[in-house]
Design a protein around this ligand. Structure first.
Ligand code: IDP
Ligand code: MG
Length: 145
Protein backbone atom coordinates (compact mmCIF):
# COMPACT_ATOMS: atom_id res chain seq x y z
CA UNK A 1 0.00 0.00 0.00
CA UNK A 2 1.42 3.38 -0.95
CA UNK A 3 1.67 5.89 1.89
CA UNK A 4 0.77 8.92 -0.21
CA UNK A 5 -2.82 7.80 -0.84
CA UNK A 6 -5.29 8.60 1.88
CA UNK A 7 -7.19 5.41 2.65
CA UNK A 8 -10.77 6.55 2.44
CA UNK A 9 -12.93 3.53 3.24
CA UNK A 10 -16.31 4.91 2.28
CA UNK A 11 -15.71 5.56 -1.44
CA UNK A 12 -15.57 3.47 -4.57
CA UNK A 13 -15.30 4.20 -8.26
CA UNK A 14 -17.59 2.84 -10.98
CA UNK A 15 -18.12 3.05 -14.71
CA UNK A 16 -21.25 2.11 -16.61
CA UNK A 17 -19.49 0.41 -19.53
CA UNK A 18 -20.14 1.03 -23.26
CA UNK A 19 -22.39 -2.05 -23.65
CA UNK A 20 -24.81 -0.93 -20.93
CA UNK A 21 -24.83 2.67 -22.17
CA UNK A 22 -25.52 1.50 -25.75
CA UNK A 23 -28.29 -0.82 -24.54
CA UNK A 24 -30.09 2.01 -22.71
CA UNK A 25 -29.34 0.90 -19.15
CA UNK A 26 -27.86 4.08 -17.62
CA UNK A 27 -31.09 4.88 -15.78
CA UNK A 28 -31.73 1.33 -14.58
CA UNK A 29 -28.19 0.94 -13.26
CA UNK A 30 -28.15 4.32 -11.50
CA UNK A 31 -31.47 3.40 -9.87
CA UNK A 32 -29.98 0.13 -8.52
CA UNK A 33 -26.94 2.03 -7.22
CA UNK A 34 -28.89 4.72 -5.38
CA UNK A 35 -31.52 2.26 -4.10
CA UNK A 36 -28.66 0.28 -2.51
CA UNK A 37 -27.70 3.34 -0.47
CA UNK A 38 -24.79 4.73 -2.47
CA UNK A 39 -24.53 8.50 -2.78
CA UNK A 40 -23.19 9.81 -6.09
CA UNK A 41 -20.50 12.38 -5.20
CA UNK A 42 -19.05 12.76 -8.74
CA UNK A 43 -20.42 11.78 -12.16
CA UNK A 44 -19.36 12.27 -15.79
CA UNK A 45 -20.60 11.10 -19.21
CA UNK A 46 -17.53 10.70 -21.39
CA UNK A 47 -15.62 8.38 -23.71
CA UNK A 48 -12.21 6.85 -23.05
CA UNK A 49 -9.59 7.06 -25.79
CA UNK A 50 -7.71 3.82 -26.48
CA UNK A 51 -4.79 5.34 -24.60
CA UNK A 52 -7.01 6.22 -21.61
CA UNK A 53 -8.32 2.65 -21.50
CA UNK A 54 -4.78 1.21 -21.72
CA UNK A 55 -3.71 3.43 -18.80
CA UNK A 56 -6.80 2.70 -16.70
CA UNK A 57 -6.44 -1.07 -17.15
CA UNK A 58 -2.59 -1.14 -17.11
CA UNK A 59 -2.68 -3.72 -14.28
CA UNK A 60 -4.21 -6.17 -16.81
CA UNK A 61 -1.72 -5.48 -19.62
CA UNK A 62 -0.27 -9.01 -19.53
CA UNK A 63 -3.69 -10.73 -19.54
CA UNK A 64 -4.74 -12.41 -22.82
CA UNK A 65 -7.94 -10.33 -23.04
CA UNK A 66 -6.19 -6.94 -22.65
CA UNK A 67 -6.49 -5.91 -26.31
CA UNK A 68 -10.17 -6.88 -26.43
CA UNK A 69 -10.81 -5.10 -23.12
CA UNK A 70 -9.29 -1.76 -24.09
CA UNK A 71 -10.93 -1.82 -27.55
CA UNK A 72 -14.30 -2.42 -25.93
CA UNK A 73 -13.86 0.16 -23.17
CA UNK A 74 -12.98 2.86 -25.72
CA UNK A 75 -15.70 1.83 -28.21
CA UNK A 76 -18.41 4.20 -26.96
CA UNK A 77 -19.42 6.50 -24.14
CA UNK A 78 -19.30 5.50 -20.48
CA UNK A 79 -20.66 7.00 -17.28
CA UNK A 80 -17.95 7.40 -14.61
CA UNK A 81 -18.88 8.03 -10.99
CA UNK A 82 -17.50 8.13 -7.47
CA UNK A 83 -19.85 6.58 -4.91
CA UNK A 84 -19.99 7.04 -1.15
CA UNK A 85 -21.32 4.57 1.43
CA UNK A 86 -19.94 2.79 4.49
CA UNK A 87 -17.84 -0.18 3.32
CA UNK A 88 -18.23 1.11 -0.25
CA UNK A 89 -15.75 -1.11 -2.12
CA UNK A 90 -16.96 -4.41 -0.72
CA UNK A 91 -20.66 -3.51 -0.78
CA UNK A 92 -20.46 -2.30 -4.38
CA UNK A 93 -18.68 -5.48 -5.52
CA UNK A 94 -21.55 -7.42 -3.93
CA UNK A 95 -24.10 -5.23 -5.74
CA UNK A 96 -22.49 -5.73 -9.17
CA UNK A 97 -21.85 -9.49 -8.85
CA UNK A 98 -19.21 -11.76 -10.37
CA UNK A 99 -17.15 -10.71 -13.41
CA UNK A 100 -18.84 -13.42 -15.50
CA UNK A 101 -22.60 -12.70 -15.54
CA UNK A 102 -23.29 -16.45 -15.76
CA UNK A 103 -21.75 -16.73 -12.28
CA UNK A 104 -23.27 -13.52 -10.88
CA UNK A 105 -25.88 -13.83 -8.12
CA UNK A 106 -29.56 -13.18 -8.85
CA UNK A 107 -30.49 -9.52 -8.64
CA UNK A 108 -26.95 -8.22 -9.13
CA UNK A 109 -26.31 -5.54 -11.75
CA UNK A 110 -24.19 -7.83 -13.91
CA UNK A 111 -26.75 -10.65 -13.68
CA UNK A 112 -29.44 -8.27 -14.91
CA UNK A 113 -27.55 -6.14 -17.43
CA UNK A 114 -24.30 -7.85 -18.53
CA UNK A 115 -24.13 -9.79 -21.78
CA UNK A 116 -20.73 -11.56 -21.43
CA UNK A 117 -17.61 -11.79 -19.25
CA UNK A 118 -16.04 -8.97 -21.28
CA UNK A 119 -19.10 -6.80 -21.86
CA UNK A 120 -20.23 -6.91 -18.27
CA UNK A 121 -22.09 -3.61 -17.85
CA UNK A 122 -20.19 -2.06 -14.93
CA UNK A 123 -16.78 -1.57 -13.37
CA UNK A 124 -16.24 -1.55 -9.61
CA UNK A 125 -12.96 -0.84 -7.79
CA UNK A 126 -11.39 -3.84 -6.04
CA UNK A 127 -9.73 -1.99 -3.11
CA UNK A 128 -9.74 1.34 -1.28
CA UNK A 129 -6.38 2.14 -2.82
CA UNK A 130 -7.58 1.48 -6.37
CA UNK A 131 -10.81 3.39 -5.70
CA UNK A 132 -8.71 6.47 -4.89
CA UNK A 133 -6.43 5.99 -7.92
CA UNK A 134 -9.34 5.35 -10.33
CA UNK A 135 -11.41 8.26 -9.01
CA UNK A 136 -8.45 10.60 -9.46
CA UNK A 137 -7.96 9.30 -13.02
CA UNK A 138 -11.42 10.61 -14.00
CA UNK A 139 -12.15 13.53 -11.67
CA UNK A 140 -10.51 16.72 -10.45
CA UNK A 141 -11.00 17.60 -6.80
CA UNK A 142 -13.46 20.36 -7.68
CA UNK A 143 -15.68 17.81 -9.50
CA UNK A 144 -16.19 15.74 -6.32
CA UNK A 145 -19.02 16.89 -4.05
P1 IDP B 1 -13.71 -7.22 -12.45
O1 IDP B 1 -14.19 -6.15 -13.42
O2 IDP B 1 -14.84 -8.09 -11.97
O3 IDP B 1 -12.88 -6.66 -11.33
P2 IDP B 1 -11.21 -8.16 -13.64
O4 IDP B 1 -10.67 -9.52 -13.49
O5 IDP B 1 -10.56 -7.04 -12.89
O6 IDP B 1 -12.78 -8.21 -13.29
O7 IDP B 1 -11.21 -7.82 -15.20
C1 IDP B 1 -11.42 -6.49 -15.65
C2 IDP B 1 -12.36 -6.55 -16.82
O8 IDP B 1 -11.75 -7.24 -17.90
C3 IDP B 1 -13.68 -7.29 -16.59
O9 IDP B 1 -14.65 -6.51 -15.92
C4 IDP B 1 -14.09 -7.63 -18.01
O10 IDP B 1 -14.66 -6.50 -18.68
C5 IDP B 1 -12.74 -7.95 -18.64
N1 IDP B 1 -12.46 -9.38 -18.59
C6 IDP B 1 -12.12 -10.10 -17.49
N2 IDP B 1 -11.93 -11.40 -17.81
C7 IDP B 1 -12.14 -11.49 -19.14
C8 IDP B 1 -12.10 -12.60 -20.07
O11 IDP B 1 -11.83 -13.74 -19.71
N3 IDP B 1 -12.41 -12.30 -21.37
C9 IDP B 1 -12.70 -11.04 -21.79
N4 IDP B 1 -12.76 -9.98 -20.96
C10 IDP B 1 -12.49 -10.20 -19.64
MG1 MG C 1 -11.05 -5.67 -11.40
Amino acid sequence: MQKNFKMIQNRTFTMIKPDAVANGHIGGILEKITAAGFKIIAMKYSQLSLRDAQAFYAVHSERPFFGELVEFMSSGPIVAAILEKDNAVEDFRALIGATNPEEAAEGTIRKIYATSIGENAVHGSDSDENAAIEGAFHFAGKEIF
